[in-house]
Design a protein around this ligand. Structure first.
Ligand SMILES: [Zn+2]
Length: 509
């Protein structure tokens, strides 16, 4: 067992051997200070130590019974150093002085090895030294809600979905994490954070003779996630949507195929969030744009020579990085190198003006970090990640957007995605496309897809709905890096309308 509480120990205390051989109490926080002292007296010109403990509960429910209940607690320490101008990192799950010292030594050795092949010494943009605490705002602690209550909620959804004739599978998901993070830097920052995430959703699957159709609520791939407590789960009113999505899944089996044509497309909810994620969020990660990170469709067409010049979208397209937004899945007080969260412009009036940046990448551009340096858990070094990358609202409602559309489609729930290495050519598939005819919803199509080229697509954005329907959607499974790290990020969106979009292309059964 490698976690604090699972070992029967309090978070703050750990018994270990003292330097004189006698037993003494040494707190984990003292061990973090010890690691900092060790690396700085062994050549580190900069160091940070992160203590992280993650509690995770996940429940999956399928066709009348729970099929998976996971409860996990893990923790450890990540030590990052600069020695001889190069990065080194080592992680350690054991809170004994010996093990911590061994990890600290390894971090220094890794940096020394890296320095032999490093091109230029690391330079980091300055940040303020802080001593602060930050916590997610939570009304109802999800870990204090009983398993019975959670199962009863999923069971209610399950029963409602399975009453619909023709449905093959009913599924429900709930997922909660609590992350305690303590950050210590050789510059003097000391930061305590407690970040709580709650997510969940339901999914209905209908299987026909040669096809499978799925409807999800409120979005696909496990539901919608926020920073917050159990109040988010109750607020989604999952049982109220169970019958509707089950009927739609069955209805899709006999629905017409999405036509292949160029038309007006309205996107919203989880699909617009994913559109922002793939075609704006990833390409503005500055490590990709600089060519430092190329895994997972890794490079970017949004290179620094295009900063301030590229007309990324139409004049109503404004995109910001905002980890300060309350409740977003990418919300926090400080990133994983201690930079205070801040809102920063990425696209202003359609013009590409900013990146997601770490201290090091920001220094390369002569800018300041915008707190986008994040690590999964304690065992990975942080890399540049999304925060909440938000498409700002304009005005009007979804009904306005629909009523102004003579002919077009509305898509809101993702089913598949594909985008090239430079984040230029993309294709998305959705669960359902609502047909719009003469300003009204007239029916629905199955297997809808749409395709485009990022700046062409965003320059055809003619309308964005207002703040009434704007909210931050959670993407809990963003993969990046090698070894891969999974990160939780958010995207604030309302609804947006795009002209001349190619739809219905490339669907394969
Ligand atoms: Zn991603």
């Amino acid at each position: 067992m490698n976690c604090w509480k699972a070992c029967g120990q309090d978070l703050a205390t750990q018994e270990t051997k003292g330097p004189n051989g006698g037993d003494r109490q040494l707190k984990e926080k003292d061990l973090a200070e010890y690691a900092l002292d060790y690396v700085t007296s062994n050549g580190a010109t900069y160091a940070d130590v992160r203590l992280v403990q993650i509690r995770h509960e996940m429940i999956e429910y399928k066709n009348g019974s729970p099929v998976g209940i996971l409860k996990d607690l893990n923790g450890g320490m990540g030590i990052r150093v600069i020695v001889d101008g190069a990065w080194g990192f080592a992680a350690n799950p054991d809170f004994t002085k010996d093990k911590v010292e061994r990890a600290a030594k390894r971090a220094v050795e890794n940096a020394r090895a890296g320095a032999l092949i490093a091109r230029d010494p690391i330079v980091m943009a300055p940040i303020p030294v802080v001593n602060e605490k930050w916590e997610t705002r939570v009304e109802t602690d999800p870990f204090r809600v009983s398993l019975e209550e959670k199962l009863a909620l999923l069971s209610m959804c399950d029963q409602t979905m399975r009453k619909v004739k023709g449905l093959s599978f009913a599924e429900g998901f709930l997922d909660f994490t609590e992350e305690l993070k303590f950050f210590y830097s050789s510059e003097g920052s000391r930061i305590d954070q407690k970040i709580v995430h709650s997510g969940g959703g339901i999914q209905a699957t209908a299987i026909g003779e040669d096809e499978t159709q799925v409807r999800s609520y409120p979005q696909s791939f496990g539901g919608d996630y926020v920073s917050g407590g159990y109040e988010h789960i109750l607020g989604m009113n999952l049982p109220d949507s169970a019958q509707k999505i089950a009927e739609e899944a069955v209805g899709l089996l006999v629905a017409p195929q999405c036509p292949e044509e160029t038309t007006t497309l309205i996107l919203g909810e989880g699909q617009l969030a994913l559109q922002v994620h793939e075609s704006c969020g990833h390409p503005v990660e500055l490590d990709r744009a600089l060519g430092w990170e190329a895994n997972f469709a890794g490079t970017s067409f949004m290179t620094p020579d295009r900063l301030g010049k590229l007309q990324y979208g139409s004049g109503i397209v404004n995109i910001v990085s905002d980890p300060t937004h309350p409740g977003g899945l990418g919300s926090y007080g400080f990133d994983d190198e201690g930079t205070p969260a801040k809102r920063d412009e990425i696209v202003r009036d359609g013009l590409f003006v900013g990146y997601l940046m770490s201290r090091e990448t920001a220094a390369g551009l002569g800018r300041s970090s915008n707190a986008a340096m994040r690590a999964e858990g304690w065992s990975y070094a942080p890399i540049v990640r999304m925060t909440n990358v938000n498409l700002l609202p304009q005005k009007g409602t979804l009904d306005d957007l629909i009523s102004e559309t003579k002919k077009g489609l509305l898509m809101t729930t993702n089913r598949s995605w594909s985008i090239d290495d430079r984040r230029l050519n993309f294709q998305f598939g959705c669960e359902i496309a609502w047909e719009i005819r003469n300003g009204k919803i007239a029916g629905f199509y199955k297997n809808p897809t749409y395709t485009g080229i990022t700046p062409v697509f965003w320059n055809k954005c003619g309308r964005i709905a207002g703040p009434e329907s704007w909210r931050v959607w959670g993407v809990p499974n963003c993969g990046k890096g090698q070894p891969m790290q999974t990160m939780r990020v958010g995207h604030g969106v309302s609804y947006a309308r795009f002209d001349d979009v190619q739809v219905g292309v490339g669907y394969a059964h």
